[in-house]
Write a protein that binds this ligand. Structure first.
Ligand code: DLL
Length: 433
């Protein structure tokens, strides 16, 4: 499979580290001179850009958080005048006030380059027909993928999210080969394909580039089987750039971080200590080439680990494990830590239900309760009540043994749970209402 930019993507570690260091120095000088927030934060730590003498010194620098972006809303962390900013995007702001990010012309060029790499990782080429069903607008998914797909030279269908039947018609009529959307939306599209009676041979789909929300290996198997494709995990966040920060290759064994543009670290989320390769913790990213809004040691809240072993695909860039969740996604149920992804894995591995579920957390008196709603097939739902009760017990037992906490399972009618056209909302936590 062709690598989009072998010069960088297959660089030796020694060469790469030299480049990273030069770019880091430049970025640090830039933010120190231009962004009062960073100058103040560095001074508080008693540090100047000149004190950073190697990549290992990175850990001396302060972290940046989403809260810092919020407090400097809208443009306080920009390192260039607005005149040089040619595009703005904003994060969804589901967990508080939205944040705004900007891009210079060079930033947009870099972004397109990294999306072209991402798409090549999935096997896409200039001959591909790419249907972009991520939302267009302030969300970085749609436009981010769009310009990278054009740079690749592919044929782009800028359909955005929603209008699912139309998505399917277009997929058939325009002979789409690559689908770009969230994994939960891919599942909804797959279900709609079945409902519309479209036969697999009418589709030309080869790959999907899915991201913007956590999804498990078990979910990957379901989506790949339903759509008969390679489902590739792609990762990014608006504060650092958007999609295009890392991508799986067809080995599907970790996401290559485009390290010539981003410097990754894994930290213990409680102590802030940097953890060695292989250990799981919070991903922290420093941008190395961004102009409009460079970020230093940005705490992503995403949980993963890094591995540097050589990948059979030939790329030398470090790989991060599939993100298993966010530090702030973790549910604490009667003192036990539970991640939605653990529940997803149990359900998909059992494989006796449909892949649509919702998690409801509530409180009865002083006790937390965990209920998992999961859809079953038409046939199973019309079967005897006893069969359903049995299955509820089986799933409940399996969840309990995996999560170490009691979970009530309620099987629900097919198609009764809300479908997602973008980021799925898996958890309803009634305790905070
Ligand atoms: O979701 C950017 C994006 C668009 C990535 C399209 C991939 C594809 P935000 O809206 O700022 O940006 O949300 C970023 O989404 O911190 C993760 O928690 C989560 N996330 C993104 N990609 C993945 C992934 C876009 N592949 C937040 N696996 C991040 C798990 C992901 N979580």
């Amino acid at each position: 499979m062709p690598i989009w930019n072998p010069k960088y993507e297959t660089m030796s570690r020694e060469e790469l580290e030299k480049l990273q260091y030069l770019r880091l120095k430049k970025t640090l000088e830039l933010v120190y001179q231009r962004v009062p927030f960073y100058q103040k934060a560095f001074k508080e730590k008693g540090i100047e850009p000149g004190d950073i003498k190697s990549l290992a010194d990175l850990s001396k620098l302060p972290f940046t958080t989403k809260e810092d972006l919020r407090q400097n809303y809208p443009f306080g962390l920009f390192a260039v005048p607005l005149q040089e900013v040619v595009r703005l995007h904003s994060s969804s702001g589901t967990t508080g006030q939205a944040t705004v990010v900007g891009y210079t012309r060079n930033d947009l060029e870099t972004w397109s380059e990294l999306i072209a790499r991402t798409l090549s990782c999935s096997g896409a080429t200039a001959n591909s027909v790419i249907q972009i069903a991520y939302g267009y607008g302030l969300f970085t998914g749609g436009l981010g993928l769009h310009y990278g797909a054009e740079k690749l030279g592919a044929t782009v269908i800028p359909i955005s999210g929603g209008q699912t039947k139309k998505q399917v018609r277009i997929m058939v009529d325009f002979q789409t080969t690559v689908l770009a959307c969230t994994p939960s939306y891919a599942l909804y599209i797959a279900e709609t394909i079945e409902e519309m009676g479209i036969k697999p041979e009418e589709l030309k789909l080869k790959a999907g580039v899915f991201g913007a929300e956590p999804w498990t290996e078990s979910m990957r198997r379901v989506v790949e089987e339903k759509l008969n494709i390679d489902a590739i995990d792609i990762y990014g966040l608006s504060e650092v750039m958007g999609p295009g920060i890392s991508s799986e290759c067809l080995q599907k064994d970790g996401l290559h971080i485009f390290e010539d543009h981003f410097l990754p670290e894994i930290i213990d989320p409680h102590t802030g200590e940097v953890l060695p390769d292989g250990e799981t913790g919070e991903l922290v990213l420093t941008t190395l080439t961004k102009e409009a809004i460079p970020v230093i040691r940005y705490r992503t809240r995403d949980i993963t680990s890094l591995k540097r072993e050589k990948c059979p695909c030939g790329r030398t860039m470090v790989r991060m494990a599939k993100v298993s969740g966010r530090t702030d996604d973790m549910l604490i149920i009667r003192g036990v830590n539970v991640f939605p992804s653990q529940i997803e894995a149990v359900l998909m591995d059992l494989g006796q239900t449909e892949p649509h579920y919702q998690i409801v957390v509530d409180r009865e008196g002083s006790l937390d309760t965990l209920t998992v709603l999961v859809e079953v097939s038409e046939q199973m739902f019309s079967d005897k009540v006893k069969g359903l009760e049995e299955l509820e017990k089986v799933i409940s037992r399996e969840l309990e043994s995996n999560l170490a906490v009691k979970a009530k399972v309620t099987l629900v009618e097919p198609k009764s749970l809300q479908r997602s056209e973008g980021k799925a909302k898996r958890v309803i936590d009634k305790r905070n209402l």
